[in-house]
Design a protein around this ligand. Structure first.
Ligand SMILES: NC(=O)c1ccc[n+]([C@@H]2O[C@H](COP(=O)([O-])OP(=O)(O)OC[C@H]3O[C@@H](n4cnc5c(N)ncnc54)[C@H](OP(=O)(O)O)[C@@H]3O)[C@@H](O)[C@H]2O)c1
Length: 312
C-alpha cells in the first residue's frame, strides 16, 4: 500500500510517499481502508523528534493519529461488518497517513450520517481532547462560566461547542481575525488576545481551558472562582508542580493527556447528530502534499482543522 512515511526525524521534507506492507490486524483489530486522515500538531512534534522519548526511534514510520474510512476486515466477533464507515483516534504509534490501518475495534466509532469522510477525519483527537478535558477532568456543569484560550484552533473550536452543548457560558480567546468564527461556534463572549490580557480581567470563571497552552496556572488562578479548575494541553509553565499541591488549594491545576476511546467518540457523534457540534475544515491536502500540510500546521495559525485526503 501507499503511505506517507518518515525515515528519520526532521523537517516536513522528510515526509515521502513510499510503498509499504499492508498492516495485518492483531487480535481485536479491524482493518480499515482509509479515506481521509486528520492532522494535529502532535504529528509535526513526532516528525521532528521532539517527542522521541515517548514515540521511540523506529523507522520507517507512518504518522497520523486520526482516520476515517471503511471497514475492510473484522475480527471473528465484531460489532462492525465490511463496508461500515468508521472514524477513530489511533495510538501514539500512528499509521493514519496511509491507505490502510489496523486499529483496535474499541478505538472506533460509526461515522454519523451528517458527516462526510473528510469531516469525520477532522474530529477524533481534537474533540476527544476537549471532551476529556472539560467533561471528564473538568467536570463541566450547566451554568458554569468557562474561558477557552485558543478557541479558534482544533481543540479550542471543539471545546467551545462542547461547553455550549453542556450549558456553560463560554468566553473564547483568539486573535481579531478569528473573532467572528469563534462567535459562530456559539461563544457568548470573545476576547482578542492582542487587545486585552484575559488574565487581568474582572470576570471570574469556574474553568479555564488553555487549549493552546500559551498561558499558565500562576497567571490564570487570579481569574478562577473558588473551587475553579485550570486545565492545559501541555505540561509546561510548572503545571506538574501546581498539580501535586492541588490538595492544599481550592483552585486546581491540571493537564490533559488525550486517550483514544470509541466510547467517548459515541458521545461526540451524538453531539454531531444533534447538530450541536461540527468540524470546521480550513484546508484539505492530497496525501502526496503532506509537506505543505505540515508546514501549515507548524505555523500555529490554522482555524479549525486540516485534513489529508487519501481517496478523493
Ligand atoms: N495533551 C494532549 O493530549 C493534547 C491533545 C491535543 C492537542 N494538544 C496540544 O494542544 C495544542 C493545541 O492543539 P490544536 O490542535 O488546537 O492546535 P492548532 O489547531 O494548531 O491551534 C491553532 C490555533 O491556535 C491559535 N493561537 C495561536 N497562538 C495563540 C495564542 N497566543 N493565544 C490564543 N490562541 C492562539 C491560532 O489562532 P490565531 O491565529 O488567532 O492566533 C489558531 O487558530 C498543541 O500544542 C497540541 O500539540 C495536546
Amino acid at each position: 500500500m501507499k503511505a506517507l512515511t518518515i525515515n528519520q526525524f526532521g523537517g516536513p521534507e522528510e515526509l515521502r510517499i513510499q510503498e509499504v506492507a499492508l498492516p495485518s490486524p492483531g487480535p481485536g483489530e479491524v482493518l480499515v481502508r482509509i479515506h481521509a486522515a486528520g492532522i494535529n500538531p502532535v504529528d509535526y512534534k513526532l516528525r521532528n523528534g521532539s517527542m522521541k522519548l515517548i514515540s521511540g526511534r523506529k523507522f520507517p514510520r507512518i504518522l497520523g493519529g486520526d482516520i476515517a474510512g471503511v471497514v475492510e476486515q473484522t475480527p471473528k466477533q465484531s460489532f462492525y461488518r465490511p463496508g461500515d464507515k468508521v472514524f477513530g483516534m489511533l495510538s501514539i504509534k500512528g499509521g493514519g497517513y496511509a491507505e490502510f490501518v489496523a486499529v483496535k475495534e474499541k478505538q472506533l466509532c460509526p461515522v454519523p450520517e451528517n458527516l462526510n469522510m473528510k469531516q469525520a477525519a477532522a474530529v477524533p483527537l481534537a474533540s476527544l481532547t476537549a471532551l476529556q478535558a472539560l467533561k471528564k477532568q473538568g467536570g463541566i456543569r450547566p451554568g458554569d462560566r468557562i474561558l477557552i484560550n485558543g478557541s479558534s484552533g482544533g481543540v479550542g473550536s471543539f471545546a467551545v461547542q462542547i461547553a455550549k452543548a453542556e450549558g456553560a457560558y463560554v468566553t473564547g480567546v483568539c486573535s481579531a481575525r478569528n473573532m467572528e468564527f469563534v462567535k459562530s461556534l456559539g461563544a457568548d463572549h470573545v476576547i482578542d488576545y492582542n487587545a486585552e490580557d484575559f488574565t487581568k480581567g474582572k470576570q471570574l470563571y469556574n474553568k479555564v481551558f488553555d487549549a493552546v497552552a500559551k498561558s499558565s496556572f500562576s497567571r490564570c488562578r487570579k481569574i478562577l472562582k473558588k473551587g475553579g479548575v485550570y486545565i492545559s494541553t501541555i505540561p509546561n509553565n510548572g503545571v506538574w508542580f501546581y498539580q501535586v499541591f492541588n490538595f492544599l488549594r481550592s483552585k486546581k491545576a491540571g493537564f490533559i493527556m488525550v486517550r483514544p476511546s470509541g466510547e467517548d467518540l459515541l458521545i461526540i457523534a451524538d453531539y454531531i447528530k444533534k447538530e450541536l457540534l461540527y468540524p470546521h475544515i480550513y484546508k484539505v491536502f492530497p496525501l502526496h502534499d503532506g509537506l505543505q500540510a505540515h508546514e501549515l500546521i507548524e505555523t500555529e495559525r490554522v482555524r479549525g482543522k486540516i485534513v489529508l485526503s487519501v481517496i478523493s
